[in-house]
Design a protein around this ligand. Structure first.
Ligand code: T1G
Length: 697
C-alpha cells in the first residue's frame, strides 16, 4: 500500500525493498513538492524495519525531466535539489535509480547521487542546463566525472548534448539497460542488489583522474567560440574542480550555478524555451485538425522544393507540380540536393533518401493530380495575379475539405481566398528559407479561414517539427513586416555614415548570427528590390527612401547567388564590395548628407528600437497574439540571439519609458520613421511590461 510523502511522491515496502514512485505529470519536473516528497521518502525508508534496498522510479513518461524551470528566478524553496541528492547519497540503505524517458539536468543529478543506475531503452539523458543559461547545480559537474571521467563530462556539460541509453551505458553513466515498465524494472533492480549481482557504491566516493589537457583545450575552445555566452565557461570551471574534494567542488558548483541563475542570459534562454511552447496556445487549439496524409506543392523553385523536402523528411507522400518537365527536373535536383544535405548531417540514411525520392515524391505538370491530396501549398512567383490563377485552378480540382495554402511572404491571403469557392479552407503557410531547415512557420489566418483549418496548419507544423506562430493578414505578416521597418533603420545609418560591414559587425557582436546586409546578400537582393518596386506606388512621399540597394540591383548584383552584393563572394571569406562605398557616396551626395561616425552601441540601439517599435504596432494591430509570439518568430525565423529571448523580451530589459525617450529623441531627425507606438505609451502609463501581456501564455 502506497504511503504519500507529498502531492507527487509516494512510497511502499515490497519485501525487503523500499519503492519510491515519482508522479508529477507530465514530465516529473523536480518541483518543490517532488523534492520534498523524495527527501521524506528516502529518510522514511532509510530507517524502516527490514528495508535493505531502495528503488526510485517515475510514473510519468520521464524519470525526472530536470529542475522545474518555472521556479527559476524565484526564491528557492527547501529542500533544494543538492540537499536531496546529498540525502540520497548519504543513505546507508543502497539506492538504485530507474532512469527512463527524459532524465535531464537535475533528473540525471538525482540518478548520479543514487548508488546504482538502471535505464529503460527510451532513456534520453544529459546536462541541457547551458541551453537554459545555467550549469548543472545539484552535483552533476562533480559526480559525473567520478563515473565517466572529466573529458566526457566536459562534453556533456558544456554542450548540453543529449545522449541515449546505449551511449550512456558505454560511458559508464548507467549500470544496466532493462525493459520496462519502470515499476517492474525497479523491483527487478532491487532484487539484483539484494542478490549482489548489481553492485552499488557512493558516486561521490569514487576517484577522479585529472585530465588537464582536455580541460585546457575545452577552455580555449569555449573562449574562441562561445565568448558571448555566460554559462558554458562556468560549466567547464566546475567540472575542472571535480578532481578536488567533493564538498569543495559542490560548494563552488553551487556558487557558479547561482551566478548563472542571476544572469540576463538565463532569463532570455528560459523565455525562449517557453516561447517555443506558448505559441501553440491559439484560439483554435480545441478545433479538430483535418487529416494530413498527403502534401501537395505547386512550384518547384527554392521554396517549393524546400517545402517538398520538409514533407518528405516528415514521412509525407508529396506531389509537386511545375509548368513543364525542365522545371520538374530542376525541382528534383534541388530536392535531391536537400536530402543529400540531410544525409550528410546524419539526419537521414542514404537508402531512406533513395526510397523517399523513388516512392514518396510524385512530380507532375497537371494540377488534376492534386484531386485527392489533403493539403496543397502554393509556392509560385510572388505575384498576386499568378497566385490567384493557381488558387482558381486548385479550387476546381481539389477534393472538398482539401486545405489550400499559400507560401506567400507578404501578399493578402483574403484576396486569394476570394477567388475560390472555399474561403474557409484557405490560409497562409509562410515557410522560411531553407524551408526544410528553418523551424519557423507563420500560419496566416484570413478573415474566412475555418478554425479547423488553422488547427490543421498547426498540426502540419508539428508533423514537420516546426514552430508554428499564428499571424493575422497584413503586408509581411509578423516577421517580414517588422523586418521591412528595421532594415530601413540600417539603411539610414549607412547613408548617414556607418558602413554596411560596421552595421553587420555591430549586430553580430550583439549576438545575431549574421548582420542585415550579409543576410540580404544570402536571401538575394532581388527579393527586396521586387518588394520595393511593388510598394513604390503606395510609398508615402514623407518617408525617407534609401536607393543604395536599388543601385546595387540595377548592376545585376543580387548577393551570393551572383557572387557579389554588399560583399564579394568566391574567396575564403566574403569581403566588402569596394563598389558599394562609391554607391553610398553618390547617395549621400544626392541626399546632401554629411556622413558622421557611429558607435556600435548606437547602431544596435537604433536597429533594435526600430524592431521593437514595429513589433509593438504589429501587436497593437492584433496581427500577433502576444509579445511571446513575436519573440518566437524572431528566434526561430530570423536568427535572433536566443540568449536575449527575442525582441519583446529584450524590450523589457530597456523598459517602455526609456524606449519612448529614445524614439522621441530620434524623431527630432525623422518624425515620419520614428513614431512612438500607442501600445508603448500604454505600457509606460500603466507601468506594464510586454511580459505582462503574455499572461496566460
Ligand atoms: N520544468 C518545468 N516545466 C517543464 C520542464 C521543466 N524542466 N520540462 C518540460 N516542461 C513542461 C513544458 O513547458 C510543457 O508544458 C510540458 O512540460 C511538456 O513539455 C538543477 C537547474 C522534457 C524533453 O532542460 O527538454 O535541471 O506547455 O511540450 O516535447 O542542475 O520538455 O504543456 O504547459 O516540451 O515531450 C533541465 C526541458 C532543467 C528539460 C519533453 N531540464 N524540457 O519534451 O514535451 S535545468 C531540461 C524538455 C536543471 C539542475 C538544473 C522537454 C522534454 P505545457 P514539452 P516534449
Amino acid at each position: 500500500m502506497m504511503t504519500p510523502a507529498s502531492d507527487t511522491v509516494s512510497y511502499e515496502i515490497v519485501g525487503r525493498t523500499g519503492l519510491i514512485e515519482l508522479n508529477n505529470p507530465p514530465v516529473n519536473a523536480a518541483s518543490h513538492h517532488l523534492r520534498h516528497g523524495l527527501m521524506q521518502a528516502v529518510r522514511a525508508l532509510g530507517v524502516a524495519d527490514g528495508v535493505e534496498v531502495i528503488a526510485i522510479y517515475g510514473a510519468t513518461r520521464a524519470f525526472i525531466a530536470g529542475a522545474d524551470i518555472r521556479e527559476f528566478g524565484k526564491t528557492p524553496v527547501e529542500p533544494i535539489l543538492p540537499a536531496v541528492c546529498l540525502a540520497i547519497e548519504a543513505s546507508d540503505v543502497p539506492v538504485v535509480a530507474i532512469m527512463h524517458g527524459a532524465t535531464l539536468g537535475g533528473g540525471l543529478e538525482v540518478a548520479l547521487s543514487a548508488h546504482a543506475r538502471v535505464a529503460l531503452p527510451d532513456l534520453v539523458t544529459g546536462f541541457p542546463e547551458v541551453t537554459l543559461g545555467v550549469i548543472p547545480g545539484a552535483g552533476g559537474t562533480q559526480r559525473a566525472p567520478r563515473l565517466i571521467g572529466v573529458a566526457a563530462t566536459l562534453d556533456l556539460a558544456t554542450t548540453g548534448r543529449r545522449i541515449m541509453a546505449d551511449e550512456a551505458m558505454e560511458l559508464g553513466l548507467i549500470d544496466r539497460i532493462v525493459d520496462g515498465p519502470a515499476r517492474y524494472a525497479a523491483i527487478a533492480a532491487a532484487t539484483e542488489v539484494l542478490k549482489g549481482s548489481l553492485t552499488t557504491r557512493r558516486t561521490g566516493e569514487q576517484p577522479v583522474t585529472p585530465d588537464p589537457d582536455v580541460l585546457a583545450e575545452t577552455t580555449r575552445n569555449l573562449a574562441a567560440s562561445q565568448s558571448h555566452l555566460f554559462a558554458p565557461h562556468r560549466a567547464a570551471e566546475a567540472v575542472g574542480l571535480s578532481t578536488g574534494p567533493l564538498d569543495k567542488g559542490l560548494a563552488r558548483e553551487r556558487a557558479l550555478f547561482n551566478e548563472c541563475l542571476a544572469s540576463p542570459q538565463r532569463a532570455g534562454l528560459i523565455h525562449a524555451f517557453f516561447a517555443e511552447r506558448a505559441v501553440a496556445k491559439i484560439p483554435e487549439a480545441d478545433a479538430t485538425p483535418r487529416d494530413i496524409g498527403s502534401l501537395g506543392v505547386v512550384g518547384g523553385g527554392t521554396m517549393g522544393s524546400g517545402i517538398a523536402t520538409a514533407g518528405l523528411l516528415a514521412g509525407l507522400p508529396v506531389t509537386l507540380a511545375e509548368q513543364d518537365d525542365d522545371a520538374l527536373d530542376r525541382a528534383f535536383g534541388t530536392i535531391s540536393r536537400n536530402l543529400d544535405g540531410a544525409v550528410k548531417r546524419g539526419k537521414l540514411g542514404s537508402e531512406a533518401r533513395d526510397a523517399l525520392l523513388a516512392e514518396d515524391l510524385i512530380l507532375t505538370t497537371d494540377l488534376a493530380d492534386f484531386a485527392r491530396t489533403d493539403l496543397i501549398v502554393e509556392a509560385v512567383f510572388e505575384d498576386m495575379g499568378v497566385k490567384q490563377d493557381i488558387f482558381r485552378r486548385l479550387d476546381a480540382v481539389c477534393k472538398p475539405g482539401a486545405v489550400l495554402a499559400s507560401n506567400t511572404s507578404y501578399l493578402d491571403i483574403n484576396k486569394l481566398a476570394a477567388v475560390t469557392q472555399r474561403p474557409g479552407d484557405v490560409l497562409g503557410l509562410h515557410f522560411f528559407s531553407p524551408a526544410h531547415v528553418m523551424r519557423l512557420l507563420e500560419v496566416v489566418v484570413a478573415d474566412g479561414t475555418a478554425a479547423e483549418v488553422t488547427a490543421t496548419g498547426f498540426a502540419l507544423a508539428r508533423k514537420l517539427r516546426k514552430v508554428a506562430v499564428r499571424s493575422g493578414v497584413c503586408d509581411g505578416f509578423i516577421g517580414n513586416r517588422i523586418l521591412a521597418h528595421y532594415r530601413k533603420a540600417a539603411d539610414y545609418m549607412v547613408v548617414d555614415g556607418a558602413s554596411p560591414q560596421q552595421v553587420d559587425r555591430a549586430l553580430e557582436t550583439f549576438g545575431f548570427a549574421m548582420g542585415p546586409f550579409a543576410v540580404s546578400d544570402l536571401a538575394g537582393l532581388d527579393i527586396g528590390w521586387a518588394t520595393r518596386k511593388r510598394l513604390a506606388p503606395t510609398r508615402d512621399p514623407a518617408e525617407r527612401y534609401v536607393a543604395v540597394a536599388d543601385r546595387i540591383c540595377e548592376r545585376g548584383w543580387f548577393g551570393r547567388k551572383t557572387g557579389q552584393g554588399f560583399y564579394l563572394y568566391g574567396k575564403e571569406r566574403p569581403v566588402p564590395n569596394p563598389e558599394i562605398a562609391r554607391i553610398i557616396e553618390d547617395e549621400r551626395t544626392k541626399a546632401s548628407v554629411t556622413p558622421r561616425s557611429f558607435e556600435d552601441q548606437e547602431i544596435v540601439d537604433r536597429y533594435m528600437i526600430a524592431m521593437i517599435s514595429e513589433a509593438a504596432r504589429v501587436l497593437g494591430d492584433g496581427i500577433a497574439q502576444r509579445p511571446i509570439d513575436i519573440d518566437a518568430v524572431f528566434l526561430f525565423g530570423y536568427g535572433f540571439p536566443r540568449f536575449r529571448g527575442g525582441p519583446m523580451h529584450y524590450a523589457d530589459t530597456i523598459g517602455a519609458a526609456a524606449l519612448i525617450d529614445r524614439i522621441e529623441a530620434y524623431a527630432a531627425e525623422d518624425a515620419f520613421f520614428w513614431q512612438v507606438p500607442p501600445l508603448l505609451r500604454h505600457l509606460a502609463s500603466t507601468g506594464q511590461t510586454f511580459a505582462d501581456l503574455n499572461k496566460g501564455a
